[in-house]
Design a protein around this ligand. Sequence first.
Ligand SMILES: [Zn+2]
Ligand SMILES: [Zn+2]
Length: 468
Amino acid sequence: MGYIGKEETGLDYQIRIANEEWERIKNDEAPRFSICPPPGKAHCNVCRSTENPKLCSVCKLVYFCSPECFKKAWKVHKVVCPGFQRDAEVIPLYNEVLNQFPWTDIGYNDVGFFSELFVLAHFGLLGTSRQKVGYWAAYPRAQASTELLDAPWNRLSEEQGWRMAKEFIPTLALQNSDKCPSFPPKFESNWSSYYEWRRLPIESPAAMLLHWPLSVYACLKELNLGPQIATSPRQKLTVFYVGAREEVHYIPVFGELALLYSNADLDLVMFGETTKQSVERAKARGLAKADRPCVFEYTAPEACGGGTVRVFIDSNPSYTYYRPSRERSEHPDAIVGLNAGLGSYISWQHVLLRSMEFDIPFAITDYALACLINSETTMNVLYQALTSTLPAPKGEMIAVQATMQKVLKESEIADEKVATALKRERPGKLNMFMQPISKRMDLSRICPGSRNACIQVLTPGKGRGSLV
Ligand SMILES: [Zn+2]
Ligand SMILES: [Zn+2]
């Protein structure tokens, strides 16, 4: 039994235990989890009992120990069950993503899921917030940082940032390098093909972080804003990256996009609680003047297309997230939100409504297809609120409806266009550049995917195809 000492945060504790557990089991023939959940012991989704829980016969993802517990959960579960069912159906596809890598057989548990913590422990990348381990130190949760404006990564070499053997690093130091990927970029929509083009051995765990820029790329492609190789003049693209969290601690990985967007200037503007606090504190200390300082810039060599990526972090004071307003006429070419949780955060609704009002292409990724069902529910309620077709609220719905009406009032939206857009079908699809892990589970087999597991286009906008 470990305990959290005075000097140890909850996150550090979790990481220490994972490291210790990995040390203990790493020489086992077939390493198995024993932290979460204990071997062979799934938990009832309601009472957490481990006694003979059975899978829901419809979704086959969530455990219940008894008909009583199933009954208790049904009111909530019936909403999410169809989404889980979709996830259960695409488990072979998730596995296809995982199976491309030789290291994803590390630390499987009894129901076939494996821990990202063990993968990182295996590669010696699991530090604590005290022992900074380059880009991996912020793992797995966002920690507000005041030093972002100092661009701490500028003090790290690529080797210090990635902390891996040189040949495992997706280097951006490509000038006169034999690692220069061929130009124009040529790869299929999967990790092994991407690794091949990028001249990375498949043994490299780089995808554990590269999935961030690659998921941005996958979203933009869905919005018809994918790279154009032979553009003349140089292409300019401004993308608002909304809801940034832990990724602000390893921004250099987004330099990857410069290799994909050649002959282009891609500006990525990050919004989030962390960026807001960082900019505010840096301004208070006289370290920054701008509301939106540029914290990273990278230009690929001519031989790789010469694309430039700049990353800005925004102090947008109005909310955790970017809230476009009528007064501020600035509109990006696209909005992306990674691991959005659209159904969970009310602040997304402002972004959603404005993206529809102004036709700003907007795509999100989420943890699993099941999460997209929550997005749909949110949009249906928004639609009903907007068109006043909301039934008289009951119980907890009174609060939901009140919040929704507040959002609509603040947005000043009474637009048929938005109502039509909300009603449109938004099928989700698997993101083949998802992080190649399966999520840890506490109570059930929920979430077979990982960060950025699937993509959904919320506002297609005009896209590039219909311009000119
Ligand atoms: Zn139970
Ligand atoms: Zn179910």
